[in-house]
Write a protein that binds this ligand. Structure first.
Ligand code: ATP
Length: 237
């Protein structure tokens, strides 16, 4: 199990410095919440780590693997899976077919923790709907499908971008509890970018708060949840 180590990561879109010297470390087997208001840089951080945005400076390693020298299409084979915002599925394929696409990214020869029966055990509703086409799923079910698909690639670290967006609190609680379980029982490492700070901190070990592309706090989740000043300035809830 490998730590994620990021130093001085800087990424720009034209004149906008979306990430400005971001450094942090994520210990294996824990959940780190990446928090911050709209535009703080959360999505850019995840996209940079998974090779979709090319930074202008900095380093990022997963154990001995240099993530910034790994092409995005090779990323799942190094053990990093990214679940982007928006729950993109192939609408006209069935749940099972969408899931099987995830397994294509699994590293060859690695012994599997996640196969289809395990995914259906984790998300029983996906098992019930395995033969339904994906566009018939609710938002929460789609979120489960994209997480399940990412797990089939056998990641060591899972990057989750705003999984709670637009979902009912009850569904968010269910998905977050499952993420916590995956960490506790399967030893997964999770980087969870969220505007819903309260829910994210309730399952996180650490919280990293971004403000205009900089790290403004990196603390145990319980301390952050109690920090009124930070909450008012950066978290909005
Ligand atoms: P949100 O929660 O709204 O997704 P975020 O914290 O994920 O916000 P980013 O999406 O990473 O923040 O945006 C960081 C900054 O970069 C913002 O100022 C944003 O306007 C800018 N930005 C993001 N994507 C692009 C892009 N493709 N082109 C130009 N500017 C961008």
């Amino acid at each position: 199990m490998n730590a994620l180590t990021v130093t001085d990561l800087t990424a720009t879109y034209g004149p906008v410095r979306a990430l400005d010297g971001v450094s942090f470390e994520v210990a294996p087997g824990c959940v780190t919440a990446v928090l911050g208001a709209n535009g703080a840089g959360k999505t850019t951080l995840l996209r940079t780590l998974s090779g979709l945005v090319r930074p202008i400076a900095g380093t990022a390693h997963l154990g001995g693997t240099d993530l910034l020298r790994t092409p995005a299409e090779e990323m799942t084979r190094t053990g990093l899976a990214h679940v982007p915002e928006g729950r993109g599925v192939i609408a006209e394929l069935t749940v099972r077919e969408n899931l099987r696409l995830g397994a294509l990214g699994a590293p060859r020869g690695r012994r599997g923790r996640f196969d289809l029966p395990r995914i259906y055990e984790l998300f029983p509703v996906l098992g019930e709907r395995r033969d339904q086409v994906a566009h018939t799923l609710s938002g929460g079910e789609r979120q489960m499908l994209v997480i399940g698909r990412a797990l089939l690639a056998e990641p060591e670290i899972l990057l989750l971008d705003e999984p709670s967006l637009g979902l009912a609190p009850r569904v968010v609680a269910q998905i977050f509890a499952l993420v916590r379980d995956l960490v506790d029982t399967d030893g997964l490492t999770v980087l969870l970018a969220e505007q819903n700070a309260r829910s994210a901190l309730s399952i996180a070990d650490r919280g990293l708060v971004l403000g205009l592309g900089r790290v403004v706090a990196d603390e145990p989740a319980a301390d952050l949840a109690d920090d009124v000043r930070l909450r008012d300035a950066y978290l909005g809830n």
